[in-house]
Design a binder for this molecule. Structure first.
Ligand code: UDP
Length: 375
């Protein structure tokens, strides 16, 4: 039998940690892979550093679709991925998560009749104002192999009428990367001159929290409320930095006492800082999961989450964007009344291998079916 060819697409920061363990596993099997970087995140801080920290091989193809509105990026990626797929015609296209490139690449493959495997399928916030929700739902509709990180994701797909034969529960592959990073702690606490367990770590970048003046002001009030209680390190996403500047709110943020602003951090630095935090406040999807895996209290500064398992089983609390509510939650946490939790099923550091197995059996079964048709 000819060895299969699998194309793997990465686009933006949260993709790299999901794809690295899968590529590593695929390459231990005899399978030809091609890593395609759409270029949605392309700079050193949001992309390059992750190739180093996660030991990702350099992309075989860089499509350079970095700038523009949602429509412009989607269109550019659609055209460039289609071209790449026609050139190689892989047996399978693998996409991950819920970023613009995830959907755009899937759409290109679907129209060419190339099957798609979606890593992190089935998550639902049920908030259609989130671009990520649109990307998730549509990518799942287009995919033949839906690889779910948690049992609730399977239930969501079932409820949408998706054939269970398309769904495979594999667990959470981000946790594979997390385990690897934990084994490689950096000296970031020394560099920041801070003691383990003495600070809060904050990240924010969702459009709903940073795009409009009112919400960005509310976000800064929330940060003030946390910083009034313990030192805060805020890793500022480029989108948030741009909005702070265009809405003229940088100076207000700079005046917050007890706050240290940081640029986006590399993965090993960020994991080290997260692991030693007293608590984390975020609107990131991945960080809700990582804090649950680490047993660190997490306050999610949103009204809902597509990752309810982190609330039901883990350390996450969805608290919204009110400085009062967040202040109370921080007080409870500092008084030792944080949520405790357990690590969900399949968040064991071996999801990458399970995903590689699922991808291989999918392409091999298709090959067998194809040969049967010719016999
Ligand atoms: N992360 C990082 N450096 C940072 C902030 C986050 O390495 O300064 C990592 C974090 O540990 C997680 C991922 O980036 O693995 C989450 O990405 P992001 O919040 O951009 O996306 P989301 O998870 O919300 O889709």
């Amino acid at each position: 039998m000819v060895e299969p060819m699998i194309d793997v697409v990465v686009s933006a920061r949260p993709n790299f940690m999901k794809v690295a363990p899968v590529l590593r596993s695929l390459r231990t099997h005899r399978v030809e892979t091609r890593l395609i970087h759409t270029g949605q995140h392309f700079d050193a801080a949001m992309s390059e550093v992750f190739f180093r920290d996660l030991e990702l091989p350099p992309p075989d193809l860089n499509l350079g679709c970095g700038n523009g509105s949602h429509a412009e990026q989607t269109a550019a990626i659609l055209v460039a991925v289609e071209r790449a797929l026609i050139e190689q015609r892989p047996d399978l296209l693998v996409v991950a998560g819920d970023v613009t490139g995830t959907l755009a690449a899937s759409l290109a493959a679907a129209k060419l009749g190339i099957p798609i495997a979606h890593i992190e399928a089935g998550l639902r916030s049920r908030n259609w104002a989130m671009p990520e929700e649109i990307n998730r739902v549509l990518t799942d509709r287009l995919s033949q192999l839906l690889l779910t990180p948690s049992r609730d994701a399977e239930a969501n797909l079932r409820a949408e009428g998706i054939d269970p034969a398309r769904v495979t529960f594999v667990g959470n592959v981000m946790i594979d990367s997390l385990h690897r990073a934990l084994a490689r702690p950096t000296d970031i606490l020394d560099r920041l001159a801070v003691a383990s367990g003495s600070y809060a770590l904050v990240t924010l970048h969702r459009p709903a929290n940073v795009d409009a003046r009112e919400t960005l002001q509310a976000t800064i009030s929330v940060i003030e409320s946390i910083a009034a209680r313990l030192p805060v390190f805020f890793s500022i996403h480029p989108r948030t930095r741009a909005r702070l500047e265009s809405l003229d709110l940088s100076a207000r943020l700079d005046r917050v006492a007890g706050l240290t602003s940081l640029p986006p951090l590399g993965y090993d630095d960020f994991v080290t800082l997260m692991r030693h935090a007293r608590l984390v406040a975020t609107d990131s999807g991945g960080i809700q999961e990582e804090t649950t895996a680490l047993g660190i209290p997490c306050l999610t500064l949103r009204d809902e989450t597509e990752r309810p398992i982190t609330v039901i089983e883990g350390t996450n609390r969805v608290v919204g964007l009110s400085d009062v509510t967040v202040g109370q939650a921080v007080d409870e946490s500092l008084a030792g009344r944080s949520k405790t939790g357990r690590v969900p099923e399949g968040w064991d550091g071996h999801a990458g291998e399970r995903i590689a197995q699922a991808l291989l059996s999918f392409v091999r079964n298709r090959e067998i079916q194809r040969q049967r048709r010719f016999d």
